[in-house]
Design a binder for this molecule. Structure first.
Ligand code: 3HC
Ligand code: NAI
Length: 705
């Protein structure tokens, strides 16, 4: 019997006694309804055909199966369900083999676990990453993975969401056979024929006994304690552990039913909405007009100007991505410090056993220290990270203009400065762009790509290509004071200051913000970054500050005492003997009281909910202004900025998604209430008013192409 269904997303072809079932659902063979139906039909076809002795499931293209089709979540269920398909595969009277050559993730691995045997090629990736989407494996994965690879290892895999390489998966017992090469169908056919020739039996995962139940339950208990500590508000991790317990305690069918019930709870949770929004938003931010209009310029050799905190971090990011890097500093002493800053990162990895001396030497062989701009004649892309001072930066760009070859991309890592003005210092503003990394630049995922007026589209496309090569999450931003992230941060930080002066302590505010899901509150962040940085900015801006705007002086009083945070042992908190976790400081509270008294403020109580309503309203309102002005292309760009660069809890989807889930009318009503206290600060964004009037949400703007 040969195929009569070549147009289908699941195609079958009889090759001798083996029915080859191949999935063609680009880009990643997600298990949409048509794939599920096709797989079920293939199992039924094989059962009905005496000529078929075995089924071989393979994926076409780059993936085996990347999991359930995430776009279907939240929509009405369409039969057959994935659990039904997996159960049918497992129950097949004919031998079923899964041959995996690429990602087999989530539902994809659940299909493979339902097969009777598994083969993997070198590029296979196996995992149960549902936890990253606020879910748990919902097609038998929580019951089958523990039976195949052991309860503890399976639960750790599900909790971490990690992808295992083919080798690691084989070592964990998830894969029966590893094969070299890249022809998955040929390898799968050879393996399946070998199994048939050897008389290998149908081997159903459901029939595997978990033998050491007591030991497994003890391990799960330990994992539950650890997870409760680490999960920070996440819903699905503890449910995953419950499912694993069910795998140990209950017969298979009941375990499946338990998994189903908990999967549905996860599916219905707002966390699933937030996390899936984040998943797609992170992929959308690279879809920008310039990338559609122009191809990136080629770049092979990079230069970084400045070897301080950021210059060194960016150098490490570029070295880690395999690029040769020239670092230019002011003088011999500064470049020695710059090199030491880079080496410090690798030395720390060596100390942790994650890098060898030889590995470090191989990386550092691509690093060239220099004190001369004349060494930059053949570089393709330069990133400047010198002091945050417009005149210093202009002078650097004049030099770059003098020495760099035509077509070299010239980027600045400025946090706030006007990039149009920096570009104007050169005779080639079409080549000048902002690349705003976050500290530590070799670790933080966010890269704001700031697009000045005169830059050409291919330079923007090049910046996005660089982000991909450095494994960063790029977000396109327009030029304004602070771009997307720091501009919005300045506003909600101001809201936090107002709440403090009006009655909440900095410690109550930090606690409320942590309770929302952030790892740290705003005053802890100030102490970590160093209070002197913000103080210098405030002093610089004092002359241009609107005299009518409310200004809270508490942080200035603290800095005047030389209390700059962790590095000086005290800031908003006390850090005795170099402690990293701060303790509340009664003297800071006295400063706050004195400032309130000076302004005639009678302090009032704030609940954590009231604190967060104001904090988030300020963030969302400024986010709306940033979108309205075109500084961010879409609300989702604001979401990704805050998730990847500012510690916003990913499971809430970002500030704009969070606002949508609250209801924009409620947010606007709050802002209008606060506006009566302070009309200058709490002016509602026109976009927010417009969306509420039209009954729309921010997400409606994400859909527009
Ligand atoms: N459903 C729908 N679309 C998906 C998808 C999925 N499961 N996985 C990826 N896509 C889409 C992406 O959105 C992207 O679309 P776009 O081109 O329109 O932007 C396209 O496929 C390519 O994806 P990537 O850009 O991420 O491609 P990469 O090659 O970088 O990565 C991957 C491939 C490793 C498979 C990565 O896409 C991935 O991790 N996907 C998600 C895997 C996952 O979480 N699976 C579990 C799903 S939940 C589940 O299975 C529930 C079950 O237990 C019942
Ligand atoms: P830093 O003070 O640690 O380093 C600046 C370095 O630039 C110094 O090593 C200095 O010697 C060098 N330098 C000064 N003038 C130079 C010149 N003409 N030629 C070559 N080198 C020169 O500063 P940091 O924190 O690394 O900041 C650098 C830039 O990155 C600033 O624009 C800052 O706003 C921005 N930035 C900083 C972040 C942070 O968290 N520190 C985050 C994102 C951006």
């Amino acid at each position: 019997m040969s195929s009569d269904n070549t147009a289908s997303v699941v195609q079958t072809r009889l090759d001798g006694e083996v029915l080859v079932v191949s999935i063609h659902n680009p880009p990643v063979n997600a298990l949409g309804q048509a794939v599920r139906a096709g797989l079920l039909a293939a199992v039924e076809q094989a059962a009905a055909d005496a000529a078929v002795k075995a089924l071989l499931i393979v994926g076409e293209g780059k993936a085996f199966i990347a999991g359930a089709d995430i776009r279907e979540f939240g929509k009405p269920a369409m039969p057959p369900s994935l659990p039904e398909v997996c159960n049918a595969i497992e129950a097949s009277p004919k031998l079923v083999v899964a041959a995996i050559h690429g990602p087999a993730l989530g539902g994809g691995l659940e299909v493979a676990l339902s097969a009777h045997y598994r083969l993997a090629l070198p590029k296979a990736l196996l995992g149960l990453p549902e936890v990253n989407l606020g879910l748990l494996p919902g097609a038998g994965g929580t019951q089958r993975a523990p039976r195949v690879m052991g309860v503890k290892a399976a639960t750790e895999l599900m909790l971490s969401g990690k992808h295992l390489s083919a080798k690691a998966a084989a070592a964990a017992g998830l894969v029966d056979q590893l094969v070299d090469g890249d022809d998955v169908t040929a390898a799968g056919l050879a393996y399946t024929r070998g199994l048939l020739a050897a008389g290998a039996p149908v081997r159903r995962t459901r029939d595997i006994e978990i033998t050491d139940k007591v030991g497994a339950l003890a391990e799960l208990e330990a994992l539950a304690i650890d997870t409760a500590k680490k999960a920070r508000g996440l819903f699905s991790p503890l449910k995953i552990i419950e499912c694993a317990k069910a795998a140990v305690n209950l017969p298979f069918e009941q375990g499946l039913a338990h998994e189903r019930a908990l999967f549905v709870q996860c599916l219905e949770s707002p966390q699933r909405q937030g996390l899936i929004h984040a998943f797609f938003a992170e992929r959308e931010t690279a879809k920008i007009p310039e990338a559609k209009a122009a191809a990136p310029r080629a770049f092979a050799k990079l230069a970084i100007i400045g070897g301080g905190t950021m210059g060194a971090g960016i150098t490490v990011a570029a070295l880690d991505a395999g690029y040769p890097v020239i670092m230019v500093e002011r003088d011999a002493e500064s470049i020695a410090r710059g090199q030491a800053n880079v080496e410090k990162v690798y030395n720390a990895l060596i100390a942790k056993g994650r890098l060898t001396e030889e590995g470090k030497a191989a990386i550092m062989a691509r690093y060239t220290p220099s004190t001369s701009y004349d060494d930059l004649q053949d570089v393709d892309l330069v990133i400047e990270a010198v002091f945050e001072d417009l005149e210093v930066k202009k002078a650097v760009f004049k030099e770059l203009d003098r020495v760099c070859k035509p077509g070299a991309v010239l980027a600045t890592n400025t946090s706030y400065l006007d990039i149009d003005a920096i570009a104007a210092a050169t005779a080639r503003p079409q080549d000048v762009i902002g690349l705003h990394f976050f500290s530590p630049a070799n670790i933080m995922k966010l890269l704001e790509i700031v697009v000045p007026a005169k830059v050409s589209a291919d330079v923007v496309a090049t910046a996005f290509e660089l982000a991909k090569k450095l494994k960063k999450v790029p977000v396109r931003a327009g030029v304004c004071d602070g771009f997307i992230g720091n501009r919005i941060l300045a506003v909600y930080k101001q809201a936090a200051d107002y709440i403090m002066e009006d009655g909440a302590s900095p410690y109550e505010i930090d606690a409320a913000v942590r309770g929302f899901g952030y790892p740290m509150g705003p005053f802890q962040v100030t102490d970590l970054a160093g209070g002197d940085i913000g103080w210098a900015t405030r002093k610089r801006r004092a002359a241009t500050r609107d005299p009518k705007a409310r200004y809270v002086e508490v942080a200035d009083r603290i800095c005047e005492n030389g209390w700059f945070g962790q590095k000086t042992g005290r800031g908003f908190y006390l850090y005795p003997q170099g402690a990293r976790v701060g303790q509340p400081d009664p003297e800071v509270l006295a400063i706050v009281d004195a400032e309130r008294a000076k302004k005639g403020v009678t302090p009032r109580q704030f609940t954590p909910e009231e604190i967060m309503r104001r904090y988030m309203a300020a963030m969302v309102n400024e986010g709306a202004k940033v979108v309205e002005e075109g500084i961010a292309l879409r609300p989702l760009d604001v979401d990704v900025t805050f998730i990847s660069g500012y510690g916003f809890p990913r499971w809430r989807g970002g500030p704009m998604k969070w606002a949508d889930m609250q209801g924009l009318d409620k947010i606007l009503a709050d802002i209008q209430t606060f506006e009566q206290e302070d009309p200058l600060f709490w002016k509602p964004a026109a976009l927010l008013k417009k969306l509420v009037a039209e009954g729309k949400n921010f997400d409606s703007l994400n859909q527009a192409d």
